[in-house]
Design a protein around this ligand. Structure first.
Ligand SMILES: Cc1cc2nc3c(=O)[nH]c(=O)nc-3n(C[C@H](O)[C@H](O)[C@H](O)COP(=O)(O)OP(=O)(O)OC[C@H]3O[C@@H](n4cnc5c(N)ncnc54)[C@H](O)[C@@H]3O)c2cc1C
Length: 381
């Protein structure tokens, strides 16, 4: 694991100060407003955090352990607000990973560089109303046009959807070829025919922006197709989504860490039967179980990140990290709420928000069932 490397620890120290000063005090209000805070997002961009995973020549910060360091970013931000962290994670991960890996010079100059500086917001849209886990059955269609492609279709659950300047859209160039007919297209949201169907209200990660989008004959120039147009896009999308699983695991970790820290504090302060409730063995055991789950989730998450840093295969490890971190951290948040008794259900305490937010990593980027299918395939089953 690269978590103990001095550069990574220094990065966390700086970032955690920003999280404590800027994000933690606003987290409850952001959750209430149900809006992604673009001002805070720009602040994170101006501080250089969005480019953590990328080399300096494209506007990144060239961190020595890029996947570990970006995981720390996701974890620390989620310790303050998982909703806000989810939007930032989307920007620094899938939305820009696809551009960096497969975009030409024009795409990199026009979208990647400003995205890494926090000047433009990005999104990634594969999910459709009738194509979620079975993403290869998606129906958004890309047809050849003069000098480019014309996209028509609908996407749902797109993070950053209503605030995005550009969106990497997965569409089919040949529906008869299913997964083999998919391509990735970078859509400028100022294009004619692009529309925001609706902004979605939700119980979890409320201050991430989630939208339904419509594409009605949207023109995309050839330079904005992230491939040769022959339909190899599914593999490209899959590679980006595989990397992203590590970061979703890190989001779960940060949120659960906040829940655990709050529960420990409360167990020391709250007195019943003449003593702090943390002196009761039942409460101690719950806190120890939470700690154990956090440690397990951390080990798997940062093990996968270290493999990615070394350029080794991560299909199994990233899926395992996501399964364990998402589910263990959900369990941590349930236990944390129980430590607060009745106060755990009150909106003035954040325990309920941590629990609500803990559902997102079990679904976003692929459900636990789909992660298990991925691992089963890797095991040759
Ligand atoms: C807050 C939020 C943000 C999101 N952000 C984005 C985004 O930015 N971009 C994007 O493209 N998508 C995004 N998503 C979509 C997300 O990736 C999907 O919700 C997820 O992949 C599941 O798809 P679905 O919701 O259609 O569920 P379904 O696929 O309909 O699944 C329903 C249930 O059936 C189970 N199931 C389905 N197929 C199988 C199977 N083969 N074996 C076993 N069980 C199965 C699932 O595990 C689940 O329990 C987001 C979702 C949420 C909630």
């Amino acid at each position: 694991m690269n978590l103990q490397q001095p550069e990574v620890q220094e990065y966390r120290r700086h970032l955690s100060r920003w999280v404590d000063e800027r994000l933690v005090p606003q987290a409850a209000r952001l959750d209430e407003l149900n809006d992604f805070n673009v001002e805070l997002f720009r602040e994170i961009g101006a501080l250089g955090y969005l480019g953590t995973m990328y080399p300096e020549e494209v506007g990144g910060s060239g961190a020595p352990f890029p996947y570990t360091t970006f995981s720390v970013l996701c974890e620390e931000l989620a310790r303050g607000s998982m909703g806000f962290a989810a939007g930032v994670c989307m920007q620094g991960s899938t939305a820009t990973h696809t551009l960096h890996a497969w975009g030409g010079d024009e795409v990199k100059q026009r979208w990647l560089r400003p995205a890494l500086a926090g000047e433009k917001v990005g999104a990634f849209a594969i999910t459709e109303p009738d194509a979620g886990s079975d993403a290869a059955s998606l129906r958004t269609r890309a047809r050849r046009g003069d000098g480019g492609w014309v996209l028509t279709g609908r996407k749902i659950f797109t993070t950053n959807g209503t605030v995005a300047d550009f969106i990497t859209v997965v569409a089919t160039v040949d529906p008869s070829r299913a997964a083999k007919g998919l391509e990735l297209f970078v859509v400028d949201t100022a294009s004619r025919g692009f529309g925001i169907g609706r902004k979605l209200d939700k119980v979890s990660v409320r201050c991430s922006d989630t939208a339904e989008l419509t594409f009605d004959e949207v023109f995309v120039p050839d330079s904005h197709c992230l491939g040769d147009g022959a339909g190899g896009g599914f593999l490209r999308a899959y590679q980006s989504l595989t990397v992203d699983r590590i970061f979703t695991a890190a989001l779960a970790l940060g949120n659960a860490q906040a829940a655990y820290d709050g529960a420990v504090r409360y167990a020391k302060e709250r007195r019943q039967f003449g003593q702090p409730i943390g002196q009761f063995q039942a409460v101690q055991f719950r806190l120890v179980d939470m700690f154990a789950r956090l440690e397990r989730a951390k080990l798997l998450t940062y093990h996968a990140a270290a493999l990615a840093d070394r350029g080794e295969p991560i299909t199994t490890e990233a899926a395992l990290a996501k399964i364990v971190a998402a589910e263990d951290c959900h369990g941590v948040c349930e236990l944390a709420l129980s430590v607060f008794g009745g106060y755990g259900l009150m909106n003035e305490f954040p325990a309920q928000r941590y629990l609500r937010d803990s559902y997102f990593p079990m679904i976003g980027g692929g459900t636990g069932d789909i992660m298990r299918l991925v691992v089963a395939r890797q095991l040759g089953l």
